[in-house]
Each structure stands twice: as structure tokens, then as C-alpha cells.
Design a protein. Sequence first.
Length: 131
Amino acid sequence: IGRRLLASTLLRPAQFIAYCCAAGALAVVVLATSTPAFITFAMVYSFINAIANSLLQYSVLGRAPPEKIGSAAGIFQSSKTLGSVIGALLSGFAYTAGNTLPFLLAAIVFGAAALVAVAAIAVHRKSGAQE
């Protein structure tokens, strides 16, 4: 099923849905009033984020020429790791301003990613390009 989803024209809409779900899960994490609810929605977010990352990696690597796929994968993973380090640092600073601020900021970033995905869908459909 995953291979069909990724190989079809559903890639961009799937990215949009994953980003919206991740933003929603993070928003619910902020609103959680108990530890079990917090942990449950943090796990839901982690699952959705894994799907979103897979979709993003496929989207990026699917456009790389076959002879440069290894380099593209290395750059993608290096960028992802750098983002994780910088994100953790910035989240730590944001946490000092408020314990829910890192989650809100992450939800905003996923919301922005969803908007970019919508714009990409519109451009893709307007151009008539095939995935």
C-alpha cells in the first residue's frame, strides 16, 4: 500500500494530510491536562512524524538522478540531523519562556509545511506534470 501511495499522484496530498495531522497532534499535546493524555498524543505525533518524514524523503530522493541518489540521501539525512540538533537547541530556549511554547512552535511549523504542500499541489496540478 505504501509503495502505491508513494508512486501515485497521491504523494503531495498525503504530505499535506500528514503535516496537518502532525500539527493537530502537537496542538492536542499542548492542551493535554494529564500525563497519560500527553504521552498518548506525543506517541501519535511521533507516528505521524515518521510517516511525514518518509513521504518527504521519497519526494526528495525521487527527483535525484540515479547516479546521484547516494549523495542526495546523504545530504537529506545530514540536513535532517542538523535540523534535529538546531531544533532541540531552539526548543530548549523556547521552553524557558514557557513549557508549551516548543510544542506550539512545532505545530506552527507543521502548519506552514501544510500550506506549502497545498501550494505545491496547486502548482503541480496547474502545470499538468506527472509525479
